[in-house]
Write a protein that binds this ligand. Sequence first.
Ligand SMILES: [Cu+2]
Length: 170
Amino acid sequence: MKYILIALIAIIGGIIWLNTLPGAEAPVPVATETPVRTEPVTTPTAEDSPTDSQEIPTGNDVGMEYPETDMSVPTPSATDAKVYEISGKNFEFDIKEIRIKKNETVVIKFTSTDGFHDFVIDEFDAQTERIRTGDTTSVTFVADKAGTFEYYCSVGSHRVSGMTGKIVVE
Ligand SMILES: [Cu+2]
């Protein structure tokens, strides 16, 4: 009988001893409250988006017009045209004389290598825009008159200063 009592005491004592150990791990639950606050911060930005989406559908009508304008402008004259590349500086053109056939379509591709210039022929109503150093522009005309004509720069006194050349139409 004594052995049974000793065994029971040992078992009961062991159970009591085991119950005391996990008690140290218990005090954890403090951490659960903090992560809840992140959700309400993101909500107020949602009202900005609907105004932008209303402007997009109107763009469909404008897009229809592009193919028509691109097709009509450059193709007819470009095939027969003779292209001349001329550059200008203070105060002369690098090419002083151009010879072409009557009724020829001429493209003058004009570059300013130094200064503010243009390229003008009064008799053919040909005039480029005025461009600065390093820029290139062009003008297209039909040489429908035979003869010798002057081309020049119309900026300031450049023409008088010698910024001229001649175009001979035969
Ligand atoms: Cu000039």
